[in-house]
Design a binder for this molecule. Structure first.
Ligand code: PMP
Length: 356
């Protein structure tokens, strides 16, 4: 028997699962993780904290993750309170909960592509209709066209990733405000890479007080160097959090996850301490790729989209053969490299010299 023989939902037939390859190679620059593992001190603190709560694992976790949400609100600042913050297993689960509450059968979500591939996948998975709107040639958004697309389709949810994956493009607040003014429903600004933004790129968090239908999503998977913990979160009006309580599974965030995330937040100085170096490495990578005559998108994230390769698969395979895994993603002819350590980026440059 194969998949097609099962009585699977019609709208899932023929679809492919999310599939960033997990290949064991010396240099992994393909899923936008922070390359720095936790220090021995942080590992010891994690082990101690996990040990302490392990004696209570016969009990369910705090269903509303109150202590963790308070710590996340404190980290975000902007005067945010526990009631305005919600957490889940990665921002992917946050996005799923948003669509369960505000999307669904007969409803639609609109996004500006190329963008994060899970936005349409989760949209379809929640029986919400996906509406594609295009970015400009340079991957920016034209506010006039954005407002027109929203006016034409009247989507229930609008997604804007800023900085955008896989292009690295950040949106000015004026564009986000134009979207908020035009959108009839919820606006999700996916800020998974916010901490990597260049100076002068403000967060949409500043717009929350005046925009009750705005949701800003964040994650500990990227700058926070905790991808394995699976902790994503959002900031929004308290009523939005109440809406998500209607769809979340009870006890969705395990005691171990909540504990690890709290320890990570206490160690935020160490964990975020690598961000500046990663930004410098990113800017140097952009310069180096441009010096090779390649097209490179400006990046406010911890990855760089570069091209254009008529046969990008050959370049991707050439790098892999040299022990460097990057990502074949985004528009045809472009490839994305995540920013690793100085040594990893040197290995990437050496492999590129071999391939070019
Ligand atoms: N949003 C964007 C734009 C992303 O690139 C990613 C991860 N690739 C996520 C959300 C999801 O991250 P996580 O579920 O690990 O929080």
């Amino acid at each position: 028997m194969n998949l097609d023989d099962l009585p699977i939902r019609d709208d899932l037939r023929g679809k492919s699962p999310y599939g960033a390859p997990q290949i064991d190679v010396p240099v992994r620059l393909n899923t936008n993780e922070n390359p720095h593992p936790p220090s021995a001190e942080l590992v010891a603190d994690l082990a101690e904290a996990v040990g302490r709560v392990s004696g209570e694992l016969n009990r369910y976790p705090d269903r509303d993750a109150v202590e963790l949400r308070a710590a996340l609100a404190d980290y975000l600042g902007h005067g945010l309170t526990t009631a305005q913050v919600w957490a889940a297993n990665g921002s992917n689960e946050i996005i799923q909960q948003i669509l369960q509450a505000f999307g669904g059968h007969g409803r639609s979500a609109l996004g500006f592509e190329p963008s994060y591939s899970m936005h349409p996948i989760i949209t379809t998975g929640t029986s919400t209709e996906w509406i594609h709107a295009a970015r400009e040639e340079d991957f920016s958004l034209d506010p006039g066209k954005v407002v027109a697309a929203i006016g034409e389709h009247r989507p229930d949810v609008v997604f804007v990733a800023s900085p955008n994956n896989p292009t690295g493009t950040a949106q000015p607040l004026e564009t986000i405000e134009a979207i908020l003014d035009a959108a009839p429903g919820m606006v999700v600004v996916d800020e998974a890479y916010a901490e990597f933004a260049r100076e002068g790129t403000p967060s949409a968090l500043t717009l929350l007080p005046s925009h009750p239908r705005l949701i800003v999503t964040r994650t500990m998977s990227k700058a926070f160097a905790m991808a394995g913990t699976r902790l994503g979160y959002l900031a929004a009006h308290p009523a939005v959090v109440e809406a998500l309580l209607l769809v979340r599974l009870p006890y969705h965030l395990s005691t171990l996850t909540q504990t690890a995330a709290l320890v990570a937040l206490r160690h935020r100085a160490e964990l975020l301490g690598t961000v500046d170096a990663l930004r410098r490495e990113r800017d140097a990578t952009v310069d180096w790729l441009r010096s090779k005559g390649l097209a490179v998108a400006d990046s406010d994230a911890n990855f760089v989209l570069f091209g254009r390769f008529p046969d990008r698969r050959a370049v991707w395979e050439g790098l892999l053969a040299r022990g460097v895994l990057i990502r074949e993603v985004g528009p045809p002819e472009w490839l994305r490299v995540s920013i690793g350590t100085g040594e990893e980026m040197a290995a990437f440059r050496a492999a590129m010299e071999g391939v070019l």
